[in-house]
Design a binder for this molecule. Structure first.
Ligand code: GLY
Length: 255
C-alpha cells in the first residue's frame, strides 16, 4: 500500500525561504485549498494520506519532501540546507519511526529531499545550495548495505535537483537541460521541458499515474505526445514559495 505524509500549509508561509524567486504575496487560503485538492487526488489514486498538523512557526514546513528520504528498507532524516528549516525534521522523524529504521544526516552534511531522485537502486543527489558532498558521503555509508549507489549531480540555476529533473515513467525523465547535464543519467530516456517553461520539470509519479501542474501547457503537450496523460493539480500558490508538486508529500510503501 502507498502511504503519504503531508502537512497543512503554515500560516507563516509568507516568510518562506526564497532563493531564485522574488517575494510576492501568497494567498494562504488558496494555498490550503490547493493542498487539499492535492491530498484528495492522492487519495483518489488509492494512497493513504496522513496529513500532519500545521507548524505555525515553520514557514516552509508544508514542503515535507525536504525532511526525509524514505526507501523501502529504511529512511534518512535530512538536515535541511536552510537553517530555518532544520526544526521541520523533528515531527517527521516521529511520524516515520513506526514504519522505518531512521538514519539522521549530521553536520557538516546538509541535505534537502528535493535534491534526491531515486531510480531503482541508484540515488541521484543534487549538489545545490542546499545539499553537499558531506551528506552524500554519509548516505553512502548508511545505504551501502541495502545495495544503493549514491551519485552526486551538479545543478545550476535552480533550487533543487527535482526542480530540474523528475521521473515520469519507468525509464523516462522529464528534464530541463539548462539546469543540469543529462549525461548523469545513462540509459534513461528524456522528455525536455519547453524552453519557455523552465519550471516545468517537476512532476509527481504515483504508481503509474503522473500528477502535473496545469501551468505548463507546452510541456504537458510534450508529455502527451510521449503517451503520458497527466492528472492536473494546481499547486501554483505554493509555487510562489518556490515549492512544486513533489515537495508537498513524502510517498512510500507500507510493506
Ligand atoms: N521555500 C522553499 C525552500 O526554499 O526551501
Amino acid at each position: 500500500m502507498l502511504f503519504a505524509i503531508t502537512r497543512l500549509v503554515s500560516r507563516s508561509i509568507a516568510n518562506c525561504e526564497l532563493t531564485h524567486l522574488e517575494r510576492i504575496p501568497i494567498d494562504l487560503e488558496r494555498a490550503r485549498q490547493q493542498q487539499h485538492v492535492y491530498e484528495a487526488t492522492l487519495r483518489g489514486l488509492g494512497v493513504e494520506v496522513h496529513s500532519l498538523p500545521e507548524e505555525p512557526d515553520l514557514p516552509d514546513s508544508v514542503f515535507v519532501e525536504d525532511t526525509a528520504i524514505v526507501l523501502d528498507e529504511c529512511a534518512l532524516i535530512t538536515r535541511p540546507g536552510a537553517s530555518s528549516r532544520q526544526p521541520e525534521t523533528e515531527s517527521i522523524a516521529q511520524a516515520l519511526a513506526p514504519y522505518r529504521k531512521l538514519y539522521p544526516i549530521q553536520a557538516p552534511g546538509t541535505l534537502d529531499g528535493g535534491d534526491v531522485l531515486t531510480v531503482g537502486k541508484t540515488i541521484f543527489v543534487g549538489l545545490s545550495s542546499r545539499s553537499n558532498q558531506a551528506a552524500i558521503d554519509q548516505m553512502e555509508v548508511f545505504l551501502a548495505s541495502y545495495g544503493y549507489i549514491v551519485k552526486g549531480v551538479q545543478v545550476n540555476g535552480c533550487l533543487h535537483l527535482k526542480s530540474a529533473v523528475t521521473q515520469v515513467r519507468a525509464n523516462t525523465l522529464l528534464v530541463n537541460p539548462a539546469w543540469l547535464d543529462r549525461g548523469y543519467f545513462p540509459g534513461m530516456q528524456f522528455i525536455e521541458v519547453d524552453p519557455s517553461e523552465p519550471y516545468a520539470a517537476n512532476a509527481l509519479l504515483v504508481g503509474e499515474a503522473l500528477i502535473y501542474q496545469p501551468s505548463f501547457p507546452k510541456t504537458q503537450r510534450r508529455l502527451e505526445a510521449a503517451g503520458i496523460r497527466p492528472i492536473l493539480v494546481d499547486e501554483s500558490e505554493l509555487g510562489k514559495a518556490e515549492g512544486a508538486l513533489t515537495c508537498c508529500a513524502l510517498l512510500f510503501n507500507v510493506l
